[in-house]
Structures are given as C-alpha cells and as structure tokens.
Design a binder for this molecule. Structure first.
Ligand code: NAD
Length: 266
C-alpha cells in the first residue's frame, strides 16, 4: 500500500474567530497564532478585541475586528475586510455566544430571540459570508462551530441555549454536505463546562433557583457526571479546534466532537 503524507498544520492559514476577546475564543485565537496562522480576533466588544489582539501576537499576524455577529452588514463588511487584509479566508471559528438562565415559564420572548440570534443568526451570517469567500477563491476551507454538551442533551433552565446548540449541529452537518464540492469541511466542537465568565455568571442564578450553595452547584450539578470532577479548560477546547481545522481530508466533516471530561459520551 502506498502511504500518502498529509500536512497537519495551520501555518499561514487565515482564521476568523468570533467572540474572541475573552474566554474560549481568546484561547483559540492564541493557539492559532502559535500554530503559525494569521488570525482575526472578532468580538462585539471592539476595545476588548483590540486588547486581546495586541496581547496574543504581532500586528502583522493578528487583526482585531469590532463585530456583532447578528448584524448582516457588519458581518459581510468584516469578512471582506479580513479577506482583503490577509488575501484569503481559510477557517471560521463561529464561537460567539451568550447564556441566559431561566425557566421556560419565566423567559421573556425578547431574551429567547436574543440568545437564538447570537448563536444561530451569528453562525449563519458568518458561515454564508465565509463560504462565499472560500468558494470564490477555490482553495476550500474549514468551518467550526462552538457547540456544547448541550448540543446533545438538555438541562433545566437552559431552553434557548440547548435549542440553539442543538441547531448548530444541523447547520454543521448541512455545511459539510453543501461545502464538500468546494473542499469546505465543517465540524462542531462540544465542550463541557469551562470556567469562563459565561459559566461564572450562571452559578449564582442556578444556586438560587435550585436552592443550593454555589459549591454544590459546581460539584453536584455542573461537574456531577464528569469522570474526574474537573472543568474542561480553554486550552483543551482550543487544541481540539486547531486539530479539526488542520485535519486535511473529508474523513472528519459533519462531525460533533465532545470535549467534556467524559460528561457526555457520544
Ligand atoms: P464568554 O462569555 O467568556 O465569551 C463570549 C465572547 O463572545 C465575549 O467576548 C462576548 O463579547 C462575545 N460575544 C457575545 N455576543 C456577541 C456578538 N453578538 N457578536 C460578537 N461577539 C459576541 O463565553 P465562553 O465561555 O468563552 O463561550 C464561548 C463559546 O463557547 C460560546 O458559544 C459558548 O456557548 C460556548 N461554550 C461555553 C462553555 C463554557 O462552559 N464556558 C461550554 C460549552 C460551550
């Protein structure tokens, strides 16, 4: 059998990471810089995006972008600016997200719509803009969505989040099929709980709603079903994301990779 050596790497790739000013997105952006990529740090908080971009790499390789992923014009203009600045657009990491903890009976319609807009409208708009650039250039690409264990299961008080994260699985699979003729792969990364601002902000409301101490929420609710009682780290999620973006063939497309210390086994 003749063995073919595929390059596994992101050197010189142009990568857009949304929601990259802090948390998981920031670590993903930093890991791509270490892998030799040119990276756009896109975030609705433009000042924070600028600070993160300056922190993780030299201006030649890292571009900050103030971008609300729910705004169609901003997304189209932003992706165009990245393609013009770096001459390509190879990888999209659709990571921007928010959380809202409430029982369905207490949830405002506006809160439901806002959360779905950030996760789903944002994923759609950035995907469409990036796919158009990738197809026009003819060099393929990789689109990775930040799903969650909540792409596969539900928890009380998280109806819009679980709904949106399940929806991303459908989008990733559809992009895998529509993208294949153009060399575009698409996958979903599904972290367990990662100790970021998004998670910190949900501990107190869950403690109140479930009448538990905050430490009980962490150990008996959030991490209860992991194999080791450990949070997943931003570095672990970022490593898997860089691996998926680097993977050279369609053997990995339309997949959901759960990164959760064994909380959910798919
Ligand atoms: P975070 O709150 O620390 O960071 C989210 C970032 O997204 C922020 O910088 C924020 O400004 C940005 N953002 C929010 N709305 C935006 C918009 N409309 N346009 C552009 N940027 C916007 O959260 P995180 O924990 O780093 O989460 C990142 C992603 O990972 C989210 O999609 C989240 O659902 C997912 N996730 C997080 C966990 C976890 O435990 N932290 C687990 C699974 C999945």
């Amino acid at each position: 059998m003749r063995r073919v050596r595929h390059e596994l790497g992101c050197k010189d790739k142009v990568v857009v990471v949304t929601g990259a000013a802090r948390g998981i997105g920031k670590e993903i952006a930093a890991q791509f810089v270490l892998a030799g990529a040119r990276v756009c740090v896109a975030d609705v908080d433009g000042a924070a995006a600028q600070a993160t971009a300056a922190e993780i790499g030299a201006a030649d390789f890292v571009m900050p972008l103030a971008l609300d992923v729910t705004d169609e014009e901003q997304v189209n203009a932003g992706m165009r600016a990245v393609a013009e600045r770096f001459g390509a657009l190879d990888v999209l990491i659709s990571n921007a997200g928010t959380q809202h903890i409430a029982a369905i009976v207490d949830l405002q319609f506006a809160q439901w719509k806002r959360l779905l807009a950030v996760h789903l409208d944002g994923a759609f708009l950035t995907t469409r803009a990036c796919m158009r650039h990738m197809i026009a250039r003819g060099a393929g690409g990789s689109i990775i969505y930040m799903g969650s264990v909540h792409s596969h299961l539900a928890s009380p008080l998280k109806a819009p989040y679980a709904t949106a994260k399940h929806g991303l699985l459908g989008l990733a699979r559809t992009v895998a099929k529509e993208g294949a003729p153009h060399g575009i792969r698409s996958n979903l990364v599904c972290p367990g709980f990662v100790r970021t601002a998004l998670v910190d902000a949900q501990i107190a409301p869950q403690a109140a709603a479930l009448r538990l101490a905050e430490t009980q929420v962490i150990h008996d609710v959030l991490l209860k079903d992991t194999v080791d009682g450990q949070f997943t780290t931003t570095a672990e999620v970022a490593q898997v994301t860089v691996f998926l973006a680097s993977f050279p063939t369609n053997a990995l497309t339309g997949q959901s990779i759960v990164v959760s210390h064994g909380w959910h086994m798919d």
